[in-house]
Design a protein around this ligand. Sequence first.
Ligand SMILES: *[C@@H]1O[C@H](CO)[C@@H](O)[C@H](O)[C@H]1NC(C)=O
Ligand SMILES: *[C@@H]1O[C@H](CO)[C@@H](O)[C@H](O)[C@H]1NC(C)=O
Ligand SMILES: *[C@@H]1O[C@H](CO)[C@@H](O)[C@H](O)[C@H]1NC(C)=O
Ligand SMILES: *[C@@H]1O[C@H](CO)[C@@H](O)[C@H](O)[C@H]1NC(C)=O
Ligand SMILES: [Zn+2]
Length: 475
Amino acid sequence: MKLSTSTVVSVVLPALVSAHDIHHTRYHARQAAVAAVSSAAGAPTVAASGSLTSAALSAPPTASFSLMSSNPNAVPLSSIASGVPTQATVPLDTTYQAGATPTGVSSAPGLPNPSSLVISSYPPLDKVPPTDSPEVQQWIQEVANSGVTIPNITATVAGGCPANPEAVSDSSRCWWTCGGCTRNTDIVSCPDKLTWGLTYDDGPSPYTPTLLNYLDEQSLKSTFFVVGSRALSYPATLQAEYMGGHQIAVHTWSHPDMTTLSNEEIIAELGWTKKIIKDVTGVTPNMMRPPYGDIDDRVRAICTAMGLTPVIWTRISATSTFDTGDYDIAGGITSVTQVLANWENILGNVSVIDTGFIVLEHDLFQQSVDVATGYILPDALAHKFTIEPVVNCVNKPLSDAYIETNDNSTDPPLASGGSATLSSGAPGSAEATSKAGSNSSSSATAMVSTPKGLGLVALTTAIVSLLGGTAATLL
Ligand SMILES: *[C@@H]1O[C@H](CO)[C@@H](O)[C@H](O)[C@H]1NC(C)=O
Ligand SMILES: *[C@@H]1O[C@H](CO)[C@@H](O)[C@H](O)[C@H]1NC(C)=O
Ligand SMILES: *[C@@H]1O[C@H](CO)[C@@H](O)[C@H](O)[C@H]1NC(C)=O
Ligand SMILES: *[C@@H]1O[C@H](CO)[C@@H](O)[C@H](O)[C@H]1NC(C)=O
Ligand SMILES: [Zn+2]
């Protein structure tokens, strides 16, 4: 099926379950997939484990959507699915010389030479980095010296809300994952109505150049929340994003649920991602997105101490979260039809809120890039939104997205203000605290990251009980 611009598309198909509710299934599928390829330069693949889950959830809802516009060259909907053949990837249309500087980032340092990266000087791909390296020990010390108080909040255990009843009921920790709590230090929308702070997560990937070409054609700029392991694998693509005037921001080294980690591990995840981005682009981002939105006041405080402002996606209620679900097409957990129905719901919500918005989308897989370039972005353009990177949507210049080029007089760096930003309104932070630099064996036991023993059946049970539950969301 080929669609042309200005066609109104209306499709009704049975769809799989809402992706919002099954995050932890895709999480485990993702970890398995990444583990399987971690020796292959981090090329992403998809584990085909979604069918079990969708079968276990009865009575699939019907998804329908309509679009004002789509791309005349869009990949047909029938080819945006799990298991479709891999398309030939397009090469980057420009590569850059060492020393080049981007337009729009005033007084940017020259671009480093990516061929000078020494892979062995970085941690293994897609694993929480060790905390005993000299680099991490230095970052731990810097956090300890920052003056930011890290609240003594216990780490959560893997398994989301059902596995952590105490944390769920402790509203003082402001855990976004279970209940959507945010602090005013989080960026969760753009202030101006009908303004979209465009973001793509989890890249760079082999499909990112296709997205970059479309963004260039339409003169659009985005924020890219970069996974450090992917940056090490695809440095030239990261340079193309940066030199193309897009905003680069941090999305951790190995994509864990941050609240499950110890303070030291969180520092290692953020520190290495800041470092690889600086080593590839010459600049260090000052915004971050927690994978799955998994953030609480402990993670927030460490972000503040490391000069990183958290950016989550807009959530107006437990059932209205601006997640397209695009990530889950590749794994067969959702369908492109459901993703476009989610997009239509987001548009409905956008029309009734007083602010602009931020949506969760990804550039890791062919399918999510295809749905973005073929359908979502053309439709958004037809809606005449103001579409820009998050830093611009919060009314700052692009140069304020990086520590080295930030105008410190108009936009003071985060950590310099000490702990003031977090202690107000955060009762948990007033309790006994520990500096992140201290060695805490109790947090080390709680941090066991991926429970390999947690089988799909147990997981599915947790999902079903969640679906039948109340306001809990598992993203
Ligand atoms: C907002 O989104 C939810 C689902 O995410 C949907 O049910 C609801 O109809 C939307 N609201 C509007 C006004 O479109
Ligand atoms: C702002 O401060 C940082 C250090 O925190 C420095 O690297 C940067 O150059 C400063 N920005 C400008 C525009 O001087
Ligand atoms: C942090 O809290 C735990 C209990 O949750 C307690 O055992 C520990 O002593 C506290 N640490 C500090 C440094 O206060
Ligand atoms: C943590 O403990 C290890 C060994 O137990 C030690 O080498 C390291 O210096 C300690 N780190 C800090 C920040 O105290
Ligand atoms: Zn992510």
